[in-house]
Ligand binder design. Structure first.
Ligand code: SAH
Length: 266
């Protein structure tokens, strides 16, 4: 009943475009609104990896599979189809965090697309990773992608320097690809200029993707020991000066105190 009602709401004359973050992995991490948009769409467009993640939601929709590196084509296709149909274009995690929201809206603007457009958020990798590591974030943080495909490396270096200097908790996305093996090492060398070797570092691979999920709790001084383990499905969280590791009986957690201990006894 609820589904058919939202279906009729979706059938806006002239189409509708949803730009949807599907979260980090398993389907239960998707928001209800995003799930409903996907279920009720005429077309669902995305790269194969992310479409596989939402396979259980795909049935009657026309599914258009694309590949990494084809983002502009995908955005154009979505905008074209949205002129007369209800279209969902998906990103992993959140669509604003190195996702499709930007390029899709740029193409829509260029085409003067005149349909309702909605951007639906998703759980991004830093938050998925943080939930697995305990409480490594909690305070101010900076998210930096180490991919220099669209951002020049000197800009990335500048941001790494300033974020580390300001002692933000940092999340590093896109740490490695086949073409970029050394960016991670360079990033860690920059961060070590400002942060102590004892600062906790959490490595999370395939966060919230079921059995593929892996985590490592280490320190800035030791993180390079895990370099070979790090891949494109890994996010690295670097703590700040107050962060610490709690070796609980069950597992190691990272805690970044927000400052309650300065005001309260507990
Ligand atoms: N839009 C995505 C990020 C895309 S960039 C988001 O909001 O999460 C791709 C990078 O995101 C990967 O290289 C990795 O660093 C990170 N990432 C995405 N999903 C992840 C997951 N489930 N576990 C760990 N890292 C992830």
């Amino acid at each position: 009943m609820a589904e058919s009602r939202s279906q009729s709401q979706n059938k806006v004359e002239g189409g509708k475009l949803y730009i949807v973050g599907i979260g980090p992995g398993s389907v239960e991490q998707i928001t209800i609104k995003a799930r409903d948009a996907i279920i009720n769409a005429d077309y669902v467009i995305g790269n194969s990896t992310y479409l596989d993640q939402i396979e259980s939601l795909l049935g009657t929709q026309e599914v258009i599979r694309s590949h990494m590196g084809k983002e502009v084509d995908r955005a154009r296709k979505a905008v074209e189809l949205a002129k007369s149909s209800t279209v969902v274009i998906i990103s992993g995690g959140d669509t604003n965090i190195y996702g499709m929201a930007g390029i899709v809206l740029e193409v829509a603007e260029h085409e003067s697309l005149d349909v309702v457009i909605e951007v639906l958020p998703g759980v991004t990798a830093i938050l998925a990773g943080a939930s697995i590591l305990g409480a490594p974030v909690v305070t101010d943080f900076a998210v930096i992608s180490l991919s220099d495909l669209l951002t020049p490396w000197d800009v990335i270096e500048k941001r790494l320097n300033l974020a580390a200097k300001a002692d933000f908790v940092m999340a590093l996305y896109n740490p490695k690809s086949r073409k970029r093996q050394s960016n991670f090492l360079k990033a860690i060398e920059i961060i070590r200029q400002y942060k102590a070797n004892s600062v906790p570092v959490g490595l999370v691979k395939n966060a919230l993707r079921g059995e593929d999920e892996e985590r490592i709790v280490t320190t800035l001084g030791k993180v390079m020991e895990y370099e070979d383990w790090i891949d494109m499905s890994t996010t690295i969280l670097v703590g700040n000066i107050d962060s610490r590791i709690w070796n609980s009986k069950k597992k190691d957690f990272i805690i970044t105190p927000r400052g309650y201990h300065k005001k309260y006894d507990y």
